[in-house]
Design a protein around this ligand. Structure first.
Ligand code: AMP
Ligand code: MG
Length: 305
């Protein structure tokens, strides 16, 4: 049983395998409902979401749900793991570049430095016991680089709780395989970011594997005739251009999502470091035309043509 719905600003497809049709349908509905519920907590497009309230809190402690607490703690953990390449507090820099797009002129160095002062994941405090979180004044959280993965993980759990024996949850290219799956559902391909539209097969995986891709081509800022990717290097305040895309294979979609963004920021060295230290696998597309696939402990570099 498979259903697609527009959620998280993208197309979400849920596929459930279950002993009977009724259970499969329930499992699909449970997964989609869970994504909608998580999205309502985390979105910054709605002023009354928990994250929006936290972003307006002016340094006060705010009570939040277990899921919001959980994703904030995970975001801080991946920010530490990537030494700030992934940073959920980049909001002020994103706003600066959006504003620059509106006026048609790139931000000045001074503007970037000023916005950077409000960025830094150490400005987030998570109090697990008190079920509350706090931001330093001026800090804002943007879960754009991890929220989709987190929602996918929670949806897969909901699907299995509803009786599925396996399934796939996919949100705009980020996906998680769970449980027992037939071969056709285990095969994963990603988009080749170079024109013309093509796919790049990365392999056949089993339940408990997540795949997430981050690429400058997905969304961008257009300033004059220059296009800039939507991922910003928190260290410089500049959009990154070291890779066309980064795909990470990890045990959770939350991890794959956050680390794919970090690799897009830092490039190939970060991919190798995270592979060695965290056991991830990856595919990166380099602007010079080569593709690096790292699977089963082996690096393979091709032009993919
Ligand atoms: P993704 O497609 O997962 O790489 O997420 C990109 C989105 O995350 C952007 O549209 C921003 O909202 C936000 N973002 C941009 N740069 C960063 C960064 N260095 N760390 C965390 N989030 C970021
Ligand atoms: Mg990401």
């Amino acid at each position: 049983m498979r259903r697609t719905q527009y959620l998280l600003g993208t197309l979400v497809t849920v596929t459930a395998v279950a002993p009977d049709r009724a259970t499969a349908a329930q499992a699909v509905t449970a997964a989609l409902d869970e994504i909608a519920r998580i999205e309502a907590l985390l979105t910054t497009y709605h002023p009354e979401s928990e994250i929006s309230r936290l972003n307006r809190s002016e340094g006060a402690w705010i009570s939040v749900s277990p899921e919001t607490l959980d994703v904030l703690a995970e975001a801080v953990r991946f920010a530490e793991m990537t030494r700030g390449a992934f940073d959920p507090t980049v909001g002020p820099l994103i706003d600066l570049w959006r504003e620059a797009e509106r006026r048609g002129r790139a931000p000045t160095d001074e503007e970037r430095v000023a916005a950077s002062k409000r960025v830094g994941y150490r400005r987030i405090q998570v109090d697990r016991h008190g079920s509350r979180a706090r931001l330093e004044i001026g800090t804002r959280v943007d879960l754009g680089a991890i929220g989709k993965g987190y929602a996918v993980d929670r949806a897969a759990e909901a699907m299995m709780r509803a009786g599925a024996s396996g399934g796939v949850v996919e949100a705009g290219g980020d996906l998680l395989l769970v449980g027992d799956l037939p071969d056709d559902l285990r095969d994963v391909s990603i988009r080749d970011p170079r024109p013309p539209p093509r796919v790049h097969r990365i392999g056949s995986f089993s339940g408990g594997t997540a795949v997430a891709t981050s690429g400058g081509y997905e969304r961008s800022f257009q300033i004059g005739d220059q296009r800039y990717g939507h991922v910003i290097d928190p260290a410089t305040g500049l959009p990154t251009d070291s890779l066309l895309s980064a795909t990470v294979i990890a045990p959770s979609a939350t991890m794959a999502d956050a680390l794919a963004t970090a690799i897009l920021v830092r490039g190939q060295d970060e991919a190798q470091r995270l592979a060695n230290e965290q056991g991830i696998e990856y595919t990166i597309f380099h602007p010079d035309g080569w593709i690096e696939d790292y699977y089963d402990g082996k690096t393979e570099r091709t032009d993919g043509r």
